[in-house]
Design a protein around this ligand. Structure first.
Ligand code: SF4
Ligand code: SF4
Length: 379
């Protein structure tokens, strides 16, 4: 039932401009969480902690097999292939699973900081059961994160190893805010078989880092050093792990500052891309005067229409407490489509409530659904 005044025409053009002012600087976007994807050779080198790494060009490691472009993988998920445009689509190619809902940052634009639900870690026995089950069902890409910072999970390398070596996922990926991605930690993850490590790099300098994340300013340098060291770890170990970074796209003077910061890390990653500001299902829309884009249109250079939203069709999201969520921003449990501790993945993926939500997206009108609050549809 449409709610008068709450929705605008579905499929209507996105906001023409997302330029906003945040505590003295203008930005055009802040990404989603961390707005924050087989066995390989063993690491042999021991690095002395964080180091200054000589600049080497991306792709310079001759022994590292190509993993393709991360942007192509992202775009393939947000595109919604025709066979997935159904209330009961095939098993998704990609699933993100939340090892922990905790985070060591408190970014003002992220609903994680609002603590709208419990913040705990996944049960390892449940993790093993559901990860194997999903692989048996045909899931190929496993993201070991959702709405928290997985570097906080003590058994992260074991989780990677289980997915890659025991279950045989072709692609295991991870996004981190970077503060705890120390060289030792990164080496453990890469040695376990991690295919992709992406850093959310969203601040131009220590002052802005503190202002946005509410973590001490000097940790900005820790993040930058960790990105540089990750490249050295990867190259010296000849690990088959792609290294990536994404950033908020700023405007005006802030764009210049941010681009300068990105230039410093660019030689150390295989690919960098920009993301727009998301409103996180309406939970953070307007925070600190921000004006996000509609829904989750993907990355800035390949933005999709807000409806139908790819998040309900082409990617699964599993919370630490075993719920299948329809939304990439389910900070308050509103998008619970099934209880995976009690039912098989495919049953939750095809649950009646999930099929109803997808039907609304396919009909082009999500008013009256859990997606109604997404800033995409508000007048
Ligand atoms: S609060 Fe944590 S999860 Fe949210 S964007 Fe910041 S680093 Fe990412
Ligand atoms: S609230 Fe709905 S439309 Fe918005 S990002 Fe989440 S699933 Fe997509």
């Amino acid at each position: 039932m449409p709610v008068p005044g709450a929705c605008r025409a579905v499929g209507a053009p996105r906001e023409e401009s997302t330029q906003i002012t945040v505590q003295g600087f203008t930005v055009s976007g802040i990404p989603a969480n961390h707005q924050h994807a087989m066995s390989q050779s063993n690491a042999q080198s021991i690095l002395p902690g964080v180091v200054d790494v000589p600049v080497s060009l991306p792709g310079a490691s001759p022994s590292r097999p190509s993993r393709g472009k991360i942007t192509e993988r992202i775009d393939a998920i947000t595109r919604i292939p025709v066979e997935f445009r159904s209330p009961a689509p095939p098993v998704p190619r990609s699933v993100k699973i939340e090892l922990t809902a905790r985070c060591d940052f408190n970014c003002f634009f992220c609903a994680t900081a609002k603590r709208l639900r419990d913040k705990a870690d996944i049960d390892p026995a449940f993790y093993q059961r559901i990860v194997r089950e999903m692989r048996d069902q045909g899931v190929e890409e496993l993201g070991l994160f959702y709405l928290g910072e997985s570097m906080l999970c003590p058994w992260l390398p074991e989780a990677i190893r289980y997915a890659k070596q025991d279950c045989g996922y072709p692609y295991v990926f991870l996004t981190t805010n970077g503060r705890l991605a120390t060289p030792d930690r990164v080496r453990e993850c890469m040695a376990a078989g991690l295919d992709s490590l992406k850093f959310s790099f969203n601040n131009a300098d220590p002052e802005q880092f503190h202002e946005v994340t509410r973590v001490k300013a000097s940790d900005f340098h820790t993040v930058v050093d960790n990105i540089k060291a990750a490249r050295q770890v990867r190259d010296e170990g000849a690990f088959a792990c792609g290294l990536y970074a994404s950033s908020i796209r700023y405007d005006g003077e802030q764009l210049v500052r941010m681009e300068r910061a990105v230039q410093e890390i660019l030689p150390f990653v295989d690919e960098h891309y920009w993301l727009p500001l998301y409103g996180q299902a309406g939970l953070t829309a307007g925070a600190n005067g921000t004006r996000p884009v509609a829904g989750n249109p993907g990355r800035l250079d390949a933005m999709r229409e807000p409806i139908p939203c790819w998040s309900v069709f082409t990617e699964g999201h599993i919370t630490f407490d075993g719920r299948l969520s329809a939304c990439c921003f389910d900070h308050d449990g509103r998008f619970n489509m099934g209880d995976l501790t009690q039912q098989p993945f495919i049953d939750a993926w095809h649950s009646a409530v999930f099929q109803d939500l997808r039907a609304a997206h396919l009909n082009g009108d999500v008013c009256g659904t859990v997606c109604q609050g997404c800033i995409a549809y508000q007048s």
